[in-house]
Design a protein around this ligand. Sequence first.
Ligand SMILES: CSC[C@@H](O)[C@@H](O)C(=O)COP(=O)(O)O
Length: 331
Amino acid sequence: MAIEIRSLAWHGKGLDLIDQTALPHEIVRLDVSDVETLIDAIQRLAVRGAPALGASGAFGVAIAMLQAEREHWDAAALDDAIRRIRDARPTAVNLAGGVDRVLPFVAQGVDAVLAEAEAVVREDVAANKAIGAHGADWILDRVERRPLRVLTHCNTGSLATAGWGTALGIIRELHARGVLETVYADETRPLLQGSRLTAWELDQEGIPHFVQPDGAAASTILRGLVDVAIIGADRIAANGDTANKIGSVGVALACRDAGIPFVVAAPQTTFDPATAHGDEIEIEERPESEVLEWGGIRVAPAASRAFNPAFDVTPARLIDAIVSEQGVIEP
Ligand SMILES: CSC[C@@H](O)[C@@H](O)C(=O)COP(=O)(O)O
């Protein structure tokens, strides 16, 4: 039975978010009704995943408008607040896309902005369900082994979207069709979206899975334990190059060497035709402490520095299929 987890919902005066940093041990809800709290939630990954960021950006404009009214901001202050929400994280194109989508409605008032933001949510859930069906069809047409063993990276489920999931939506669909043996969920260092969030979502649905260290992924694939890898995306350039959570490109290289498909699943809102190639995508660099510390305790020598890019770019030539709600592209 599919369980509906809503990562975010408008509650009348603000946004109700599941604080994803507290999962899986606690379900903590955040009530976000001012711009600083929203930007903070986005930057510390309380809300995360490209489509969920898109919806947050769209609702964020309404939050800014309501705060502007309460605190008597002038037009410049409102514009500045909206720009800061739009720029809160750089890599997922959905965040800016969600803000831009509702901007034409600002002149009509907050109810018009909210109606458009709700449309972003509805369309994302519908897109994810279509992605699940297209992706499962494509995989079952090309991969013979049954039942299937799937590897995934990061979290692309209900938490990362407005509902259902992209790569995880395909995995749910394969499970529903009774053709899924197991999922290898990369733990996804350093913030553990795989072991904390993907494993939690899989567990909620009774989908068999192993959490594995990111460093195991290439070996699991080359040992023949995986039939297909399915990941999400934060931004897909016009040529198909795909930015996703750091570690994705290593999975793609291993899949190519092993001769198994590497599949990217993302809604059209993650496609960025204005970016020609992957090397034009801005890669977010996150705080060094995320790598140098473990649970708030320093583990690396005091003098060590960290390089902490949050995303990498998989070249289109390593991608066998990009699945969106419109169907499957084979780059
Ligand atoms: C459907 S979510 C797709 C991507 O946004 C996801 O794979 C990812 O990389 C998320 O990164 P995060 O840093 O957790 O926001």
